[in-house]
Design a protein around this ligand. Structure first.
Ligand SMILES: [Zn+2]
Length: 448
């Protein structure tokens, strides 16, 4: 069956692809590494985004998030806010041209993604310099190509394709280019604080063109175990804190596997693992106390061991309930060991744990994206959770806006050297998004 809209979008996408790639390259060349990772922040890149939105005839708003107001409105974010605030770190939003107004900041659809990146890491590990944005073997290579400047330009490219095809939307769409996603998500929260809302949101994240109506939650545990130091020549007199702590690590791994067996959520079932729990760090020995002294590491049986463990939450799991479940499993270890029973570990939960975000897979925005993907010729794949946490959690959990993660690129290429986005995936994402925008928001003016 001939699909006039899909045909028009395909043609228009081809026409605007080169300029979209060029825009993406400019954005990658404009360092927007998050200050929390030692970078200059988002200001320069946001100026470029604002200009791109204006070229698309968008009404543009630019403002710096208000840390104090955010802390008051969303107390859970307090611990994660940047100490220096948001000076020279503006959010940028653009209202796509649409026939219907957006009363009180209410859009029909929000397109949300972030312009900050993590740090490039070891520069020598990059085959191409991270800010060169070279196109190499059909891929745009550079920091943020995948996470999430590729997603941002999939949004902008979709809007450009609609404009090229002379398709004017009926209902209002707001594109949010936010700051500080890699640290707190405060940029998105500040959009909520300003009252921007919609019936649904698409969050630009590298889902590999899968439609992902869920993302994980997180909690972070620090466990401090004490042993008894001893001269290594008579190590049997000591109690090795690393060995004692390791029992807790194994108990956490067992609990994780048990939860995957007994509490799997259907949206996470297609992933390699539902509960992604990570042993993040172990500090042990006298150095753990900051008192290296004469008996430095390896010169004594370690008397202290500190374990950092990251706990991923799925489905309807809540951080408080998960804390209780984890603490019960750890208490069993403590009870089963005479030394630990007398010297129970100190548990510290880092503030800022958060819930997963789940949108009903039957929500019209989810079904609409799946339909648009099919119309753009993508192989059908059922909706599934995105393996990482995203700003979608703020939109859904704090803002009550059903969010769906979608975008080009593979998440495993992000946060690592040689981050690269296949141009073909960018093109596909633009097509899917343009078709989705036209169908979900309606067309005000004919495209032919
Ligand atoms: Zn990221």
């Amino acid at each position: 069956m001939r699909d006039d809209l899909a045909d028009a979008v395909r043609e228009a996408t081809a026409a605007v692809l080169d300029e979209t790639i060029a825009g993406l390259q400019d954005a990658i060349r404009t360092n927007s590494t998050n200050p929390a990772s030692g970078g200059p922040g988002e200001a320069d890149c946001q100026a470029l985004v604002a200009a791109a939105l204006r070229r698309l005839d968008c009404r543009v708003e630019i403002w710096e998030p208000d840390a104090a107001a955010l802390a008051q409105r969303f107390p859970f974010i307090r611990a994660s806010l940047p100490p220096a605030g948001f000076e020279d770190r503006p959010n940028v939003v653009g209202w796509l041209p649409a026939a219907e107004p957006a009363p009180d900041g209410r859009a029909h659809l929000i397109l949300n993604t972030h312009v900050d990146t993590v740090a490039p890491g070891d520069a020598t590990a990059w085959r191409r310099p991270p800010f060169d944005a070279a196109v190499d073997d059909g891929q745009v290579v550079g920091l943020g190509a995948v996470d999430a400047k590729g997603c941002l330009f999939a949004f902008l490219g979709a809007a450009a394709a609609l404009r090229h095809a002379q398709i004017r939307l009926r209902r209002p769409v707001m594109l949010q280019a936010v700051v500080d996603e890699e640290a707190s998500g405060a940029g998105t929260l500040d959009c909520l604080r300003r009252g921007y809302t919609a019936t649904a949101a698409v969050v630009g994240e590298p889902t590999g063109l899968r439609v992902c109506p869920a993302s994980r939650g997180a909690a972070h545990l620090r466990l401090r175990v004490v042993g008894r130091g001893a001269h290594p020549g008579e190590g049997w007199r000591g109690v090795n804190a690393i060995r004692k702590a390791w029992q807790y690590v194994e108990a956490l791994d067992r609990l994780r596997d048990e939860l995957d067996r007994t509490r799997m959520h259907p949206l996470w079932a297609p992933l390699s693992a539902g509960h992604v729990w990570n042993l993040l760090a172990i500090h042990a020995g006298p150095a753990a106390d900051g008192t290296t002294g004469a008996a430095g590491p390896a010169r004594s049986v370690p008397d202290v061991c500190e374990v950092h463990y990251g706990i991923g939450l799925i489905g309807d799991e809540r951080p408080e309930a998960m804390r209780a479940t984890v603490e019960a499993a750890l208490a069993e270890v403590t009870r089963g060991d005479a030394w630990l029973a007398d010297h129970p570990p100190e548990l510290t939960w880092r503030p800022g744990g958060f819930e997963p975000a789940v949108t009903d897979p039957m929500h019209p925005a989810v079904l609409g994206l799946l339909d648009a993907a099919a119309a753009a010729g993508l192989d059908p794949s059922p909706p599934q959770a995105f393996s990482a946490a995203t700003d979608g959690r703020h939109l859904t959990n704090a803002g009550g806006i059903p969010a769906v993660n979608f975008g080009p690129g593979a998440v495993h290429r992000a946060h690592s050297p040689n981050e690269a986005l296949p141009v073909e995936e960018l093109r596909r994402a633009m097509e899917v998004l343009a078709i989705f925008l036209a169908r979900f928001c309606g067309i005000a003016a004919a495209y032919c």
